[in-house]
Design a protein around this ligand. Sequence first.
Ligand code: MG
Ligand code: MG
Length: 257
Amino acid sequence: MIYYKTSEEIELIKESADILGRAHGEVAKLIKPGINTLKLDKLAEEFIRDNGGIPSFKNYNGFPFTLCVSPNEQVVHGFANERELRDGDILSVDCGVFYKGFHSDSAYTYAIGDVKEEVRQLLKVTKESLYKGIEQAVVGNRTGDIGYAVQHYAENYGYSIVRELVGHGVGKELHESPEVPNYGKRGRGTQLKEGMVIAIEPMINLGKKEVVQESDGWTIRTRDKAPSAHFEHTVAITKDGPEVLTTHKYIEEVYKF
Ligand code: MG
Ligand code: MG
């Protein structure tokens, strides 16, 4: 069942998204070789709680952290740990905030220090594919139009699209209907209507599309261990077109790609 949001509810999601955006910005300030991801997770949790929010992911089906931190070949749902980030790593940071009854959800992938050119391009193209998807998030289109746009753009570079994990509705629940795959056919899938709020979140692999789950029961990584990137925004479908409710601006004020 799809829950359509009123404009007042969309304003509340924006408030949640503002805390989320600023939490991402705080994390971005610390991302450099030598820091471990447990420190990033602790900082994000403190920032969100200090601002009246609740970390959406912590305790979600038992997930133990505020952030999903997924380096290199990890796709999503990685655990924070004491391993230090190294020059040449990439790191996907996914976070959600619950505030005034509503969730917001966004993700960003960082290049740490001197990252190989082919991997930098993966990050750039994955981010661009997110915006190709967002362009299709208009009343009357279908989820397949979003998926097609993401897939078509990324596959042109020879990359592959993760199938097992998809975008989703966002609202009172972190994950609502409909599913928003990053692949698909134009004109297929759920029709987009005013008041829908969806997370669009391309997960794009440099190598093959297959993924496996690690023994921790959460972490998803590429089967071929080639790098994977992930960018995400929470987007409202409005009569005036897509409205991106989350923001990467606080990240990009301090992090230069
Ligand atoms: Mg997310
Ligand atoms: Mg999501």
